[in-house]
Design a protein around this ligand. Structure first.
Ligand SMILES: [Zn+2]
Length: 382
């Protein structure tokens, strides 16, 4: 990086920075507009898009910077070289045959590698989630193609409330199962993102894996630095939101290693409203349901992958969006689908093309490392 030194250069530096920011912002806006226009052919009128939470699309990160008293502090990072790259991690969960038949050819077209989180007992199971399961042969082919194969339990249960023996089976045996078939998983994904705030679950995950992925539904961003109490960043409100916290011996610990955040790319968002969801009283809760078509999901995707800009300003990577897909289907539009986990092939292709056209660097979960001293995730140098 070129360094401009000396107090006399301050004004010049400021002007250059401002000019660059304006130019860069203009280019970004043009790209987003072009990308969305290409897909915004029609808008489904059955969609209620007035959700004040914005469906958890992860674009809030750049918009809630109205708290100047708590800036993101530039911590020392074990990333050796500053970079101006924009990063994205693509995941596929739950061992669907479409991982191989639909996702792989599109990923190959753009030269991208993704991470596939496998549920061991679902592989070669015939059908699950009303969809054909992947075979071991297909998953081996994915790995031979340079894809990253990681673990997502044996049977995909909710982990909270399981006995220690069951936790060891679901979490530990799923690693062993993949190893028995020639894979080397070091990363775990919690089923439905549940368990990353449960000390018993997290402690079991930590016995077998280096890292683990969850989702908070509030953002697609995974913050690489969560800091520690001596670093003072625990008090940073934005980091509180994005860094996983779990209770361990009654203590609140900021821990991103076993609660790496992600965004599930689901076009139907339904559940109980916030004031009744915690009671588990699904019969009496205020239900909500939002459906999004291809054009709307594309817009959410674009927001999610661009939400890193406010964090990665000066060539240091502090946040990476992680997008989680489930099943690719060959429908015309998502408005033809009633299954939340569906993504149409044409939408996935358009999203990967957007990353390609806009110079995003697509890495895998296996490219992430954890530095225990700084308590930071970082990108392995290639
Ligand atoms: Zn899953």
């Amino acid at each position: 990086m070129k360094k401009i030194g000396g107090a006399s250069s301050t004004t010049t530096f400021f002007i250059l920075t401002l000019a660059f920011s304006l130019l860069f912002g203009a280019i970004l806006n043009i790209n987003i507009t072009i990308g969305i226009d290409a897909f915004a052919k029609k808008s489904s009128n059955k969609v209620s898009d007035r959700n004040s939470n914005d469906g958890g699309n992860g674009d809030g990160a750049g918009n809630n910077d109205n708290t100047p008293t708590e800036p993101i502090l530039p911590l020392p990072l074990p990333v050796e070289k500053p970079t101006n790259s924009k990063f994205v991690i693509i995941n596929f969960d739950d061992s669907h045959e479409s991982d191989y038949s639909y996702a792989k050819p599109i990923l190959d077209r753009y030269g991208f590698k993704a991470t596939f989180f496998e549920v061991c007992s679902w592989i070669e199971a015939g059908y699950h989630d009303n969809d054909v399961s992947a075979t071991w042969e297909q998953i081996t082919a994915l790995q031979q193609d340079g894809m990253d194969i990681e673990a997502h339990t044996m049977t995909h249960p909710g982990l909270n409330g399981l006995s220690q023996a069951d936790l060891d089976y679901e979490i530990g045996q799923s690693k062993q199962c993949l190893e028995n078939h020639g894979f080397n998983p070091t990363i775990f994904a919690y089923p439905n993102g549940k368990g990353s705030d449960n000390p018993k679950v997290v402690d079991t995950v930590a016995k077998y894996y280096d890292l683990a992925r969850t989702d908070t539904k509030s953002s697609a961003l995974s913050l690489l630095q969560c800091g520690d109490e001596s670093g003072g960043n625990v008090n940073n409100q934005q980091q509180r939101i994005y860094c996983g916290m779990y209770l361990h011996d009654g203590e609140v610990i900021p821990e991103n290693r076993y609660s790496i955040n992600s965004w599930a790319h689901k076009h139907i968002d339904e559940g109980c409203s916030a004031n009744s969801v915690d009671n588990g009283d699904s019969d009496n809760c205020d239900k909500f349901r939002f459906e999004y078509n291809n054009a709307q999901m594309f817009q959410k995707f674009v927001s999610a992958v661009n939400s890193q800009y406010s964090y990665n300003k000066d060539g240091i990577v502090r946040a990476i969006p992680i997008i989680v897909y489930h099943i690719l289907v060959n429908y015309r539009d998502l408005s033809d689908s009633n299954r939340p986990i569906d993504t149409t092939v044409n939408l996935f292709d358009a999203e990967m093309r957007y990353l390609y056209d806009n110079g995003f660097k697509v890495i895998t979960m296996a490219d992430l490392r954890y530095d225990t001293n700084s308590k930071s995730l970082y990108i392995k140098s290639s």
